[in-house]
Design a protein around this ligand. Structure first.
Ligand SMILES: NC(=O)c1ccc[n+]([C@@H]2O[C@H](COP(=O)([O-])OP(=O)(O)OC[C@H]3O[C@@H](n4cnc5c(N)ncnc54)[C@H](OP(=O)(O)O)[C@@H]3O)[C@@H](O)[C@H]2O)c1
Length: 326
């Protein structure tokens, strides 16, 4: 599979990486309902067999369970896989919520526990998960720089940072990558943030390209009511009225475009983000092998100029509908 250089690093990533948030399971306020560990490991191995060469995880996913699953899945395959994980999000002692913490000593402790869970002695890409608290982003970034010098981390990245926050850390140490949200229906990063990354040679790995499953088009009624209590999407506005109905109007109009190319809608969504010139790679979530077996076929999809113009016009109309609903 084609690979692309991530920023100015030595990491050459496939256009699609596997996201493992959902593999952290449920039983927490940011979980995805119950998830079978055996199936999770099969999903990761399937992605590697398909040629995907990077996996995104985080300590915050399922209290570290996602990292444990990644560690088990890549055991014996470490040299084939680029592991990207994150720090800076901690769980409250009672497990009821998360908070941002970027103090140097805390990050130093976090990296040790991540290395242990991942069963490795180095992390390829270590990312600050959220710029929280804002006043500590410089300290957190310096801590990551220290870990690079010690050889525990190969490259450093950040997630959910603004242009202003990126500017504040660029002088401390090179930023290999930014991980922002980006999908057909979440395009706030397009105007300023993504071009800024290009200008500064920061690689861009976008998350939730299928809007956490919404843009697969598989939800037809009111999904919020159907999600289990421990699936974070249950309380997410995109999966509730009025937004869900507006998204569904768009989804129904996009489906024929995907069908013209014999592709599922989710693949149109992933292909569309990969079409953005500033995007290095897309992190796609999958909970079972069949998910990733299907999603990878997006790399065979070649949209023509008419498709792109039609999608553009539908997305503009959708953005207008959202604005009117606010
Ligand atoms: N840095 C951050 O703050 C941040 C935030 C969010 C995500 N991320 C990263 O980005 C990754 C991807 O984001 P995401 O998981 O939110 O969203 P996504 O890739 O947009 O959607 C993934 C979800 O869609 C469903 N799905 C996937 N393939 C499917 C298929 N072929 N058919 C039907 N359903 C399918 C699955 O959930 P169901 O089957 O349950 O519907 C899957 O978990 C995460 O795993 C994580 O690594 C990072």
């Amino acid at each position: 599979m084609e690979t692309r250089r991530l920023g100015e690093s030595d990491l050459f990533i496939t256009p699609i990486g596997l996201g493992s948030w959902a593999l952290g399971g449920g039983n927490n306020p940011y979980g995805w309902g119950s998830q079978d560990d055996k199936e999770s490991i099969e999903t990761i191995r399937c992605a590697i067999d398909l040629g995907i060469n990077w996996i995104d995880t985080a300590k915050g996913y399922g209290h570290g369970h996602s990292e444990e699953i990644v560690g088990k899945a890549v055991s014996g395959l470490r040299d084939k896989v680029i592991i990207a994980t994150k720090c800076g999000i901690l769980w409250k002692e009672d497990g009821s919520d998360i908070y941002g913490h970027l103090k140097k000593e805390s990050i130093r402790q976090e990296v040790e526990s991540s290395l242990k869970r991942l069963g490795t002695d180095y992390i390829d890409l270590y990312q600050i998960h959220w710029p929280l608290p804002d006043e500590d982003i410089e300290e957190g970034w310096e801590a990551i720089f220290g870990l690079i010098q010690e050889g525990k981390v190969r490259f450093g990245g950040v997630s959910n940072f603004s242009v202003e926050q990126l500017k504040r850390i660029l002088d401390i140490h090179r930023v290999t990558s930014l991980q922002p949200p980006y999908s057909m229906i979440k395009r706030d990063t397009e105007k300023e943030l993504l071009p800024f990354c290009k200008t500064n040679n920061i690689g861009v790995i976008v998350y939730s390209p299928m809007q956490s499953g919404l843009l697969t088009g598989k939800f037809s009624a009111s999904p919020a009511a159907e999600f289990p209590e421990d699936d974070w999407r249950k309380n997410n506005p995109d999966f509730q009225e009025p937004l869900f109905g507006i998204h569904m109007e768009l989804i129904e109009k996009l489906k024929p475009i995907a069908a013209r190319h014999n592709q599922p809608l989710g693949n149109l969504a992933v292909n569309w983000v990969l079409g953005n010139e500033y995007v290095t790679g897309a992190i796609v979530g999958a909970r079972r092998p069949s998910h990733i077996q299907e999603t990878i076929k997006t790399l065979e999809l070649k949209l023509n100029e008419d498709d792109i113009a039609e999608i553009d016009s539908l997305l503009t109309e959708h953005a207008k509908r959202i604005q009117e609903s606010e």
